[in-house]
Design a binder for this molecule. Structure first.
Ligand code: URA
Length: 425
């Protein structure tokens, strides 16, 4: 049966359901270049405005998986589990989490991306470690999973190429914010990656993709259903992202904090979320008799980190780079720090050089924001609240502009839970 791009666009424009045949055809034809960018962007906009039902989303996801290779870890001697975060400010959790879960006997095949906009990318963070390389062949990845139990590397071009092309198009056509397209984009990559179990960290709040709890819940439920239907044991946590995670946002700054967590210290919220996600990953992979918190205390997670970094050419003992320029932001009043807005801190870190505006831009390993207090802390006028780090002091003014309304000091603070809810199939 033959299809026509304009008919497919009209179907969705007129609020109809796309047939399985239409979806398979349009994804395949777009990947091969037979459907033009302007036609696909029109279809993406129709989907953003009119949605897709569960069958359409599942078929769309399957068609994107079928556009490329599918990895298979069945030959590994241990079960696999992965985590995906929808992205937040200071979200370095993958760094301590992957070696921690490996230290508990479950292999973590984490294919990561680089950051775009105000949320950092895991690969950018790890590249601040001297010698570390993100690109691994499939054979190298498999060997490292068997020997070390954890890999964090760049997704190869063979994985869901339809998504790669479509995501870049959505980025420049105002069509990123469509829940069916976000869910199918994330899940096509994770299902093609071949993990046996998947834990989704869906962030909610000012610093997150999803600012609103209802949207975050819908995204989480859609992704959990897609994973479950594809035979991947999938669970989601909805977690708070109105305040940066931990005390750092920036590449080398976040690696340093992650190493503190692996050494048994570090900020309470980073430890809490790392342990909560590790517990979910282990349970989803069938391991329920190990408390991951003990592996942070007894040094075994740190051993796995050191082996994971060294296996990819990194020197776990190397000094991390430090910014030549620093600027301290002080408290303007005495009281309780009641707001420290995640989006503003993320934008400040980005303007300092930690993130990129276009995907081909370089990032600074040393730039970012260090927090000296978190909401709920008592602060005194004149006390340092933040230190801005940059290669170049001319970056400070624009970063300070983004922080202009980010900080509030008052006489009370109502804490909110870090883990808001848990979504299962
Ligand atoms: N991350 C993805 O991989 N895809 C999206 O569509 C949005 C976020």
């Amino acid at each position: 049966m033959s299809f026509d791009a304009v008919d497919v666009i009209r179907t969705k424009r007129d609020k109809g359901e796309l047939s399985d045949g239409q979806i398979d055809w349009v994804i395949d034809a777009y990947t091969k270049g037979a459907v033009a960018d302007e036609q696909m962007s029109s279809l993406a906009m129709a989907i953003l405005l009119n949605g897709m039902n569960r069958r359409e989303i599942a078929r769309w996801t399957a068609a994107m998986i079928a556009s490329g290779e599918r990895m298979d870890f069945a030959k590994l001697s241990r079960p696999t589990a992965d985590k995906h975060s929808t992205g937040g400010v200071g979200d370095k959790i993958t760094l301590p989490l992957a070696p921690l879960v490996a230290a508990c006997g479950v292999a973590v095949p984490q294919l990561s991306g680089r950051g775009l906009g105000h949320t950092g990318g895991t690969l950018d963070k790890l590249e601040s470690i001297p010698g570390w390389r993100a690109a691994l062949s499939n054979d190298e990845m498999m060997r490292q999973l068997e020997d070390v139990g954890a890999v964090i590397c760049a997704a190869g071009d063979g994985l869901a190429p339809a998504d790669k092309k479509l995501y870049a198009l959505r980025d420049v056509t105002g069509t990123v914010e469509a829940i069916p397209l976000i869910a199918s984009s994330i899940m096509s990559k994770k299902i093609a990656e071949g993990t046996g179990a998947l834990v989704l960290d869906v962030k909610v709040g000012t610093g997150a993709f999803m600012k609103d709890l209802a949207d975050a819940r819908e995204l989480a439920e859609t992704m959990v259903a897609l994973g479950t239907d594809a035979g991947v044991k999938t669970v989601a946590l909805l977690t708070e992202m109105s305040v940066p995670l931990g005390l750092t946002a920036g590449n080398a700054l976040e690696v340093r904090e992650s190493v503190e967590v692996l050494a048994g210290g570090g900020p309470a919220d980073v430890i809490e979320l790392t342990v909560a996600l590790a517990t979910e990953m282990l349970a989803a992979a069938g391991v329920t008799d190990i408390d991951p918190a003990t592996k942070l205390q007894d040094g075994t997670a740190m051993d796995a980190w050191r082996r994971m970094i060294a296996a990819q050419g990194g020197d776990p003992d190397a000094e991390l780079p430090v910014a030549p320029e620093q600027h301290v932001v002080k408290a303007t009043a005495t009281g309780v720090l009641s707001t420290l807005d995640a989006l503003a801190v993320g934008v400040a870190a980005w303007r300092l050089g930690a993130g990129r505006a276009r995907k081909e831009d370089p990032v600074s390993p040393v730039a970012g924001v260090e927090l000296h207090a978190k909401p709920g802390d008592q602060v005194a006028e004149g006390q340092p609240l933040l230190t801005l780090h940059a290669d170049d002091a001319t970056r400070f003014d624009r970063a300070l502009e983004s922080l202009a309304n980010a900080i509030e000091i008052s006489d009370s603070y109502t804490p909110t839970p870090l883990v808001i809810d848990r979504i299962t199939a």
